[in-house]
Design a protein around this ligand. Structure first.
Ligand SMILES: [Zn+2]
Length: 136
């Protein structure tokens, strides 16, 4: 079934080749983590191509956000590790938290402080890189 969407505001129509690859990997990892019992429910995409400035990777079609505030620290780490491994070096995976947010100690090494409203995983094609499906 893959990852689900937060609601109808999530725009995936503008995903480019890298964004579509990202979505496919996210769907597969969500299914695998649910099958393994690591997650009780599919991952939820909270943002696609909408809501960002003109040069943002979201707007350009190669970034997705995934909800983590309904996950335990162990689940967040499991999802993070699975996505880093499955996406490989053409992509960046960040667990973004707001400045001053309370971060569980076991996730302190993952936390990337940014101008966000809620903690989430931000996934994008690596900055400055053009996605190439022929690369590993
Ligand atoms: Zn994002």
């Amino acid at each position: 079934m893959g990852a689900t969407l937060k609601d109808a505001s999530v725009d995936l129509a503008g995903l480019d080749a890298g964004g579509q690859w990202l979505k496919a990997v996210l769907d597969a990892q969500s299914d695998a983590l649910v099958s393994a019992g690591t997650l009780q429910a599919p991952l939820v995409i909270t943002c696609g191509c909408e809501g960002h400035g003109p040069t943002d990777p979201h707007t350009l079609g190669h970034a997705l956000d995934v909800r983590t505030d309904d996950l335990t620290p162990a689940q967040i780490r499991a999802v993070y590790v699975a996505l880093v491994e499955a996406l490989g070096r053409q992509f960046t995976v960040l667990w973004e938290v707001a400045p001053g947010a309370t971060v569980p100690p076991e996730l302190a090494d993952l936390a990337y402080v940014g101008p966000v409203t809620a903690p989430h995983l931000h996934l994008q094609v690596r900055k400055g890189h053009t996605f190439d499906p022929a690369q590993p």
